[in-house]
Design a binder for this molecule. Sequence first.
Ligand code: ATP
Ligand code: MG
Length: 436
Amino acid sequence: MSKTTWIKTIEVLSGKKLDATINIRGWIYRTRSSGNIVFMTIRDITGVLQATVKKGNLPDNEFEDAKKALIESSIELKGTIKEDKRAPGGYELQVTNIHVVNFAEPFPIVKDQSPEFLLDQRHLWIRSRKLASILKIRSTLVGAIHQFFRERGFYEFDAPILQPSQCEGGSTLFEVKYYNDKTYLSQSWQLYAEAGIFSLEKIYNMGPTFRAEKSKTSRHLSEFWMAEMEAAWMDLYDIVEIGKDEIRFILKQVLKNNKNELELLNQDYNKLKQISESDFPTITYTEALKILNEKENMNIKWGKDLRTLEENKLADHFKTPVVVTHYPVEIMAFYKPRDKKDPKTALCFDMIAPEGYGEIIGGSQRSLDIKDMTERLEAMGEKVENYEWYFDLRKFGSVPHAGYGLGVERTVAWICGIDNIKDTIPFPRTLLRFRP
Ligand code: ATP
Ligand code: MG
């Protein structure tokens, strides 16, 4: 194949190379013909370019192909670059050769279709400029998370996806037939990570996570990606600071690499930049209730979990993400330890994103108290013998340790400023959908 030019680089090239002949390839994004001229917009991964196909400038059969080709046809073009102030990017291609690689059938997606229809057509919709922009930002974020932990001496550590027991409550487990037995899809990497720290001390992972969320919300997927960390010798306060640093690092990477995508999504670059340079506040659950009850006129009893509504009201009081620590121990998972200074609270935290994007990180110090964990598991009706291996970790050189999980999709949704978490993952799985 002949050497092709990325559309985005044409702007850079053009200053020097106006009138130069170039080849591009991509897909027809828009097309319109009138008489002896076809105006096309071509997209590739880097951008869109206007191309003008005039009868007489190219072989007749190629001109006929250009007229026939519908949107989403794949195409190779050769032509000269001319300045055109009205064209997107400021340049247009005057076409001298065209090769339609595949004539597309009429594309099912047209303007203003319902979200459900677009989800049915997801295999085609992910090529839209909106979704491609979000997916590029997601890719930056995933790369940033690996870079963040590796630069700080964390090792990547993998846990099984098929697990014999729950970590985050039995009600959201997905059951899987396992030969003649049954097992579950991972709700978290954490319990295995707690074994991993005795081998590698500081570890992280980003992997698929499965929770059978029974309610429909714009924040919950049944299959999502969680970026988790776990470290020996760290306490709650250490990991809170790591979590804040991680978010700032992700933001800086996105700002550096995805200016165009943020613009396409109408996201405010400067707002994110400011957050990436800010300190994030830390408050306790009790202080959060004070804000909600005194400033928002709510009436939340101590001991109740913060739901979406409360998280959103709380977030209204902050311009940056806010960390909330010391939730009531009664509503927390069995492995979150009591704070000895205030035993009705747990050494745990959530980080809540601004503007109603909700909890993006959840984490805690880990309990070292086998008796307390046993009682809490029994109270939930769990088979304690399934956790014997986990309790072993408290018997052979146990150390204080802590960790957290960051929801990749929620963080992408917040950074992109989009309403629904479904658009942050190529093929979302929810209560009502696992196709295509
Ligand atoms: P929530 O209360 O919102 O259901 P959670 O307390 O169950 O969250 P954790 O178990 O602490 O969440 O998981 C860590 C992170 O994973 C959360 O902060 C969130 O960003 C993300 N997360 C949890 N459940 C989901 C889900 N169903 N879909 C997408 N992301 C999720
Ligand atoms: Mg949950």
